[in-house]
Design a binder for this molecule. Sequence first.
Ligand SMILES: C[S@@+](CC[C@H](N)C(=O)[O-])C[C@H]1O[C@@H](n2cnc3c(N)ncnc32)[C@H](O)[C@@H]1O
Length: 371
Amino acid sequence: MTIETGVLERYSQGAESIQADLCCPVDYDRKLLALLPQEIIDKDYGCGDPSRYVQSGDVVLDLGSGSGKICYMAAQLVGSTGKVIGVDMNDDMLALARKYQPEMAEKLGSDRVEFVKGQIQDLALDLAAMNRHLAEHPVRRAEDVIALRAWQEQQRKEQPLIKDNSVDLVVSNCVLNLVHDSDKAQLIKEIFRVVKPGGRVAISDIVSDESVPQHLKDDQQLWSGCISGAVQEHEFLQAFIAAGFVAVSFDKWEAQPWQVVEGIEFRSVTITAIKPHDEPCLDRGHAVIYRGPFAKTYDDEGHVFLRGQRMAVCERSYNLLTGATYADQFIGIAPAQERTPQNWCHAPGTLRAASETKGSAHKADSGSCCC
Ligand SMILES: C[S@@+](CC[C@H](N)C(=O)[O-])C[C@H]1O[C@@H](n2cnc3c(N)ncnc32)[C@H](O)[C@@H]1O
């Protein structure tokens, strides 16, 4: 049995009957649970609550939606202008989630939740469409495999299951750890692809405090039980930074481990991140002041912010650092007068003269830029 077939089998059992050993206690918002059918609440195999990050009007994508609990909670928060898409690769889980769709649509006042079949490491490939294709073009010979690959490539390009830059918020609850290690980087790339610039990510998952040895990874029960596929805590964050996300943080961290195996602690965390806007770095004279409490802080792009100093930043950084995510850490100071934007060329740690950011005359940039 491979990791994938082991995971498929385990969650088919989980859709059929409650698997107590897959349940990790989570303090969900009771008001949101009140609308949900009991079976969905009972077949909860999550380890956190990413629904807390949903905003009105969001298009939300839930990776590994299982019984649909997070989707139906999110659907209450997005309101009538939002939409929720749950992706799962398991037909039994999809059937369980879809079973309650009419009932939930009636309670919500509209059918704003959709469940689709796909693998979260390949969000462009529609597995339901592939099943229909295979019914007409069965794979019998090596040449059929080659043709199938070409069809898949074309589908990804022309009929992607989840389009590029189409989602405001990607959530997931205890699923990323189940993906094969060799596919995990691709999975995070896929998340980056589908989130809109400026869009957000809130992922609850299990992490380990030490690296997990191979013999534990080879244990099918431990893997499909959301334990031995867990990534080590700092590597989990690093994977999102490497994919291009910013503001990558542990928002929630369970002090108490969920499981301890051979001395390794496996605990639930929730990480949040933002996909930056794809804009050039233009200097228009903005500054930010890092409030503290540390002497200085760095971001993942290498900028340094000295406590209490007016640090020169490009407009893109200014918008990010003064947005909701960092508002309590930075004070933003807009240029007193708009000036001709220039490509950013200051070294990290460059200060912005107060004269440039207050109402008095602006000091012109030296113009001796090098980049
Ligand atoms: C631990 S359960 C979590 C379910 C749900 N998020 C919850 O909170 O109850 C994992 C779910 O992810 C699905 N899953 C696992 N690996 C997947 C993959 N690579 N692609 C899509 N779905 C996957 C499983 O079928 C299962 O429904």
